[in-house]
Design a protein around this ligand. Structure first.
Ligand SMILES: *Cc1c(COP(=O)(O)O)cnc(C)c1O
Length: 391
């Protein structure tokens, strides 16, 4: 039995390998920042989601050490037993105030937050409407909830309205990435909210890539669009621009109170170490107060956009730190990524099934940890690649 099972697993792995789709983990040998050593090579990394360069910030490292000295390293229990530390509580209050919603709730990861929210609030007979380019965990959340899942073409409001109009489900929820993770473009949140009003739906916005980056004070998508509504359930991760780990959901008080009682990924898991919450409060302080850091990131984004004058490949329209260079074929995207690596520049090629067929791309992510010179090097290498790589 097990021989047969193992043989079939191996056959699938072999098939994946012969299609050139095997995924491999790179070995990071230094701290997470812009200049790293990876697989024994010194490179400038354009891969990470550490958009503000906080993952290695001295104030955060100090807070982590202080947090551990004061509260120990383990939480010891779930939030509903004895794991809910004063540090978690203080962070929740600070996050809710920062994004301008009544209450916030910490989750261990963004993946768990989305699963928890959708499965708690939606069930059999309800209807979930999801953008086709949403992050995988929103799809998993919808499937696990057992609600009907309607997927609409990317940012297609007319198609979405058509689906909402014909639904008779008692509870409806629209799920969308706030910043699409492989495209960098924004969700038309005000228009989605108007549809929620018209068809009595809730709106779950996943701001994994906007929190810390968008808005004058870095509060993310809601600040960017100046949006506020009891229909909004806002989720953001804390392992990307915030530089640490975790996620939170902010919403109307009744929604948060309901999640504490019903979100299974909140209830049946250990609380994250309180020192992480201590560190995240230090991160929030830098996000709120160090305007220069966000301004530097936005200068680098403009520099890349104005500096790239390529004929073969174009940047997708994006005002965020995610700047995808559209290439097309899997082979060309890989060849370009490998070429850049020979110049000491690490930029990942993203291929199907992560993105739709024939839209392989380089996902360039910029960070406040980059210098202008780093970005100029990338621009020069891409121009050289256009000349040197066979068309
Ligand atoms: C990274 C990401 C998540 C998952 O967050 P984690 O905290 O890493 O689990 C969820 N949604 C989107 C859009 C993401 O990019």
């Amino acid at each position: 039995m097990s021989d047969k099972l193992f043989a079939s697993l191996q056959a699938e792995l072999d098939e994946r390998a012969s299609a050139g789709l095997t995924r491999r983990r790179r070995l990071l040998q230094t701290a997470q920042t812009a200049h790293i050593q990876c697989d024994d090579q010194a490179v400038i990394s354009f891969c990470s989601n550490d958009y503000l360069g906080l993952a290695n910030h001295p104030d955060l490292i100090e807070a982590w050490q202080r947090g551990a000295a004061e509260a120990g390293v383990g939480s010891g229990a779930s939030h509903l037993i004895t794991g809910h530390h004063a540090q978690h509580e203080a962070l929740e209050l600070a996050l809710a105030a920062f994004v301008g919603l009544p209450k916030a709730l910490l989750f261990s990861t963004g993946y768990m937050a989305n699963i928890g929210v959708v499965t708690a609030l939606m069930g059999r007979g309800d209807a979930v409407f999801a953008d086709k380019l949403n992050h995988a965990c929103l799809n998993d959340a919808a499937l696990l909830s057992r609600a009907e899942l309607h997927r609409y073409p990317h940012n297609d409001l007319a198609a979405l309205e058509g689906m909402l109009k014909t639904s008779h489900a008692p509870r409806k929820m629209i799920l969308a990435d706030a910043v699409f993770s492989m495209d960098g473009d924004l969700v038309p949140a005000p228009e989605l909210l108007a549809l929620c009003e018209k068809y009595d739906a809730l709106l779950l916005l996943d701001d994994a890539h906007g929190f810390g980056v968008l808005g004058a004070k870095g509060a993310g998508l809601l600040e960017h669009f100046d949006l506020k509504s009891p229909r909004i359930i806002y989720m953001a991760t804390l392992g990307k621009a915030a530089g640490v780990f975790g996620a939170f959901v902010a919403a109307d008080a009744v929604v948060i109170d309901y999640l504490v009682q019903h979100a299974r990924t909140y209830i049946y898991t250990s609380a994250t170490p309180p020192a992480i919450a201590t560190t995240l409060r230090a991160s929030l302080k830098v996000i709120e107060q160090d305007y220069g850091r966000r301004a530097h990131l936005h200068r680098l984004i403009s520099l890349l956009k104005s500096g790239l004058q390529l004929k073969r490949w174009q940047l997708a329209p994006s005002i965020t730190a995610i700047q995808p260079l559209m290439v097309g074929s899997n082979h060309d995207a890989l060849a370009l990524s490998e070429y850049l690596l020979t110049k000491g520049l690490l930029v990942p090629a993203i291929r199907p099934p992560t993105v739709p067929k024939d839209t392989a791309r380089l996902r360039i992510s910029l960070s406040a940890a980059h210098s202008e010179e780093d970005v100029r090097q990338l621009i020069a290498a891409l121009h050289q690649a256009e000349k040197e790589l066979p068309a």
